[in-house]
Design a protein around this ligand. Structure first.
Ligand code: AGP
Length: 372
């Protein structure tokens, strides 16, 4: 087994280190040098895809967080409303879907019963179903009208890592393809975004080369009982995913929040020494999101929080308020989750490892949840 893990302490750690390849392989062969996407593998006609008026993403757990990230990008690029719904909530509320709705299911395994049942329900209502899946020939893709496979390779650890980054990559390809079909973006714009996506694997590798920085933080926090995660915009689902990883494998209470929500309640949780991860938007981004999140760091710090900051390379504004600071390489805001998630995965993995837990097979969990 240790050979299969490639010298890593767990499959999860190996899979975190597989991520440059997972993203690169998912991008591979799906566009040409001119910025033209060729998703011929989709079995829904370009005309049908171009005419959708609404997208509904159905998924559970980490896959649903990939959907939440995708919402920001697809709405921005395609101007199509995107709803993201947990599969198990979807069909019990008489949802509004019709033949102009594109349902995008996201599932690593392709066997998650909640998602399968939601897909079947949406199909009955006349929606077109496109599944994003990591497992060839599994049930959900077989029952879908179209499939876009993520090429992360088999994911063994129960906690999803490389499938998550591959799912975000695949939803981005889908978003760019829809923008191309519908004429929402110019070819040059699509080409630029594809070029930025193409640089992501090397940037993930840069983060992995500095894994020890975040691993030593994790080792110093073995006795932690609760950790909060804050993020905004695409950093919000990243925060949720960081919290889920820690719960799943390290059995530490963790909660993710939208940073703007802090003053509406969660700030009451902050007391002396409370660890709070903050995913900071790029200072180069539009709007004033960066300064607002920097204010959030100051607010929690003033109340005693131990501030653990994930920020973009060169962001000097956060330095004085960060007890721990991890820089990720520069990238356009929408692509940031592909980088900022990685240190949070490494943190959870190392913390569970030093606690002596079974990182790959956490208690009470199954890799694929095939019951409702
Ligand atoms: C992720 O770490 C989880 N173990 C879990 O949330 C998972 O993402 C969820 O069960 C969905 O699985 P799927 O992608 O195979 O459908």
């Amino acid at each position: 087994a240790s050979a299969e893990k490639g010298g890593f302490a767990s499959f999860m750690e190996k899979e975190i280190f597989d991520q440059p390849a997972a993203v690169a392989d998912t991008l591979l062969g799906r566009s040409d040098a001119y910025g033209h996407l060729t998703l011929d593998e989709l079995r829904i006609s370009p005309e049908e895809l171009a005419s959708v008026t609404k997208i509904v993403v159905l998924a559970c757990g980490t896959s649903a967080y990939a959907g939440s990230v995708a919402k920001y990008a697809i709405e921005n690029w395609c101007r199509i409303p995107v709803e993201v719904e947990l599969s198990h909530e979807f069909r019990y509320r008489d949802p509004i879907v019709d033949s102009n709705t594109l349902v995008v299911s996201i599932s690593q395994s392709g066997e998650t019963m909640d998602t399968l049942m939601a897909v079947r329900y949406a199909k009955e209502q006349g929606a077109k179903i496109l599944s994003i899946c990591n497992t060839n020939g599994s049930t959900i893709p077989r029952e879908s009208d179209a499939v876009l496979y993520t090429h992360a390779g088999p994911e063994i650890a129960v906690a999803s890592t490389k499938a998550f980054l591959a799912q975000i990559t695949a939803t981005y390809l889908l978003g760019l393809y829809l923008a191309q079909l519908r004429g929402n973006l110019f070819t040059g714009q699509i080409k630029d975004i594809l070029a930025d996506l193409g640089k992501i694997p090397a940037k993930i590798q840069e983060i992995l080369d500095r894994a020890e920085e975040i691993k030593s933080l994790a080792r110093s926090m073995q006795d932690t009982e609760s950790v909060l995660f804050l993020g905004r915009h695409v950093g919000y689902p990243v925060a949720m995913e960081g919290a889920l990883k820690l719960k799943e494998i390290a059995y530490i209470h963790a909660e993710g929040f939208a940073a703007g929500e802090l003053k509406h309640g969660p700030i009451a949780l902050i007391d002396e020494g409370k660890p709070v991860f903050v995913v900071v938007p790029s200072p180069r981004g539009r709007d004033s999101l960066h300064s607002k999140v920097v204010s959030n760091i100051q607010e929690v710090r003033a109340r005693g929080a131990k501030t653990l900051v994930i920020a973009e390379n060169g962001d000097e504004a956060v330095r004085e308020f960060a007890e721990f600071l991890f820089y990720v390489p520069e990238t356009p805001t929408l692509l940031m989750p592909l980088l900022a998630t990685v240190p949070l995965q490494l943190f959870a993995c190392e913390l569970a490892t030093v606690k002596g837990l079974d990182v790959d097979q956490p208690r009470n969990l199954a890799k694929s949840v095939t019951v409702e």
